[in-house]
Design a protein around this ligand. Structure first.
Ligand SMILES: Nc1ncnc2c1ncn2[C@@H]1O[C@H](COP(=O)(O)OP(=O)(O)OP(=O)(O)O)[C@@H](O)[C@H]1O
Ligand SMILES: [Mg+2]
Length: 505
């Protein structure tokens, strides 16, 4: 119920009038009717009639004669309160009952009024005052309840935050945000969308949590809350549906805080994963270095020991010595290559500029790659040829592009058995030159294709001297030129690697 002053046009104020004297009741009725308040009066002549009325309906105000047969005003007030009524009660007293009346006020009456003042407008003033005080008390109670709820939710939010942080991966975190929002805001369904962003992993995910049954269709009443990062940039949104959003004020402030907390949790998760990945990649590098450098180093030190023995022995056998020296130099090359690759990979990771492209004839690059490949292929009985070589000029860092070729051709040689063929070529595709290295080797199963260019990824058959860095580096070099690299393969028939470079202007 609102302020009695602004009550016009709304529903009538309901009075319960308890008085055994019909003439007095009439006087009260008249006094009330003289006011501008819209009123409805129920009359009761005794306690029992009052009980019946209070049981049946609810009232905004009680007007109670202190003296009713077999009872008193105090009992009526107690009865009303025991039946759940919070309406203010005004007690009408006889002349000279003032001591008693003030005692009544202490026990819950809103006001008292000698009966002889009913007619002179005092009753209406008293009613208005009592209703106003009642309304103020109600609002205060309501505000306190809102505050209480707000505090409870703030407390709940701290716990939500802990659970969201503990969820782990982005996907699980987004799902946890939906579940926690569902609970906290008493919604029927919550949808959380996170857009791809630089510092957050590139994801677009939708997580819906529905209490029971089918998803709730979107309606204009849904609450849409933007998710923003600390700089105010939008990172997604959250839609709450069918909720009991009782206190819009406290609710919306909390929703904003919840959204901030959710984004902070997602950002923390991203940072944590990046830190974990960085330390994991350091561990991987250490593992590769210690494992893959140890074995060629073993060869070198063993060979050196053999040479020392052979040189110091009388009449040493030179042919054997030559073989030991060759082994040593092969091992050294392998170690050099691995160290170079590890350094290249780490330069790529840190984003250090890797290439200085200059206008270069594409045919020269293909020819140099071909010469190097022919040299390597000689022992393996694999033919290496150039098919199409278009007369193009490309923007290329010569040494780096030859390194790409060397990695691709090296793989082709490794995975192509004797009798196979490798062919190189370059053609024009739009504004780009497209280089290809094709082989007739083992091919690559389709499920491996997405992982091919990952750092340290290698197939089961790649051999113990492989680090799984060749394609990762090749990709980094091509990307640094502004090109693309790709693989197409048919298991059993062969593989075609291709990469593009921009044409020189
Ligand atoms: N031409 C190819 N034919 C078949 N499989 C290939 C071919 N090229 C690459 N692969 C597969 O891709 C994996 C990754 O190649 P990558 O060059 O990155 O590593 P690697 O050759 O194993 O080691 P590294 O190049 O560091 O010595 C290989 O282990 C192999 O399984
Ligand atoms: Mg390789």
């Amino acid at each position: 119920m609102s302020d009695p002053q602004s009550h016009r046009g709304e529903r009538a104020l309901r009075f319960l009038l308890v008085d055994d004297d019909a003439v007095d009741r009439l006087a009260v009725r008249r006094a009330l009717q003289q006011s501008s308040l819209p009123i409805e009066i129920t009359e009761a002549a005794d306690l029992e009639a009052a009980r019946a009325a209070l049981t049946e309906g609810s009232f905004d105000c009680l007007i109670v004669d202190y003296l009713i047969p077999g009872s008193d005003g105090q009992q009526v007030i107690e009865l009303a309160s025991s039946l759940g009524s919070t309406a203010p009660a005004i007690v009408l007293t006889g002349h000279g009952d003032e001591m008693l009346a003030s005692e009544l006020m202490k026990r819950g009456a809103a006001d008292y009024l000698p009966k002889n003042q009913v007619a002179n407008g005092q009753l209406v003033r008293s009613v208005v005052q009592a209703l106003r005080a009642h309304e103020l008390r109600r609002r205060e109670r309501e505000a306190r309840e809102v505050l209480q709820k707000h505090a409870e939710r703030l407390h709940a939010m701290v716990e939500c935050s802990e659970r969201i942080h503990a969820a782990g991966g982005v996907e699980q975190m987004v799902a946890a945000i939906a579940v926690e929002a569902l609970r906290l805001f008493e919604a029927r369904a919550v949808t959380v969308e996170v857009e791809a962003r630089g510092d957050l992993p590139a994801i677009t995910r939708v997580a819906t949590a529905v209490e029971a049954g089918a998803p709730v269709p979107e309606t204009p009443d849904d609450i849409v809350q933007a998710l923003r990062d600390s700089s105010g940039q939008r990172v997604g949104r959250m839609v709450l549906q069918g909720g009991v959003f009782l206190d819009a004020l406290a609710g919306s402030a909390l929703l904003g805080k919840f959204a901030r907390m959710a984004v902070v949790a997602l950002e923390n998760g991203a940072l944590l994963r990046a830190a974990t990945a960085a330390s994991q990649s350091r561990d991987e590098v250490l593992a590769v270095v210690s494992h893959d450098l140890r074995s060629p180093l073993g060869t070198v030190s063993m060979g050196a020991a053999m040479l020392r023995r052979s040189i110091t022995a009388p009449g040493g056998r030179y042919a054997d010595d030559l073989e030991v020296i060759n082994r040593i130099s092969r091992s050294c090359k392998r170690m050099e290559r691995l160290i170079e690759d590890l350094l290249d990979a780490s330069r790529l990771d840190s984003g250090a500029v890797l290439v200085t492209p200059r206008a270069t004839p594409a045919a020269e690059l293909v020819q140099e790659a071909l010469d190097a490949a022919t040299l390597e292929a000689a022992a393996g009985k694999v033919t290496v040829t150039a098919h199409e070589v278009a007369p193009l000029r490309v923007m290329a860092d010569r040494d780096r592009v030859l390194q790409v070729f060397s990695n691709l051709v090296g793989n082709a040689l490794k995975f192509t058995p004797a009798g196979g063929a490798i062919s190189l070529g370059v053609e024009r595709v739009g504004d780009l030159a497209r280089f290809t290295v094709a082989d007739t080797g083992a091919g690559i199963p389709p499920e491996h294709l997405p992982k091919l260019f990952d750092r340290f990824w290698k197939g089961e058959r790649s051999g113990r001297h492989s680090a799984g860095l060749g394609l990762y580096i090749a990709r980094g070099i091509v990307l640094a030129h502004g090109g693309q690299i790709a693989a197409e393969s048919e298991p059993g028939r062969g593989t075609v690697f291709s990469f593009t470079l921009p044409l020189s202007p």
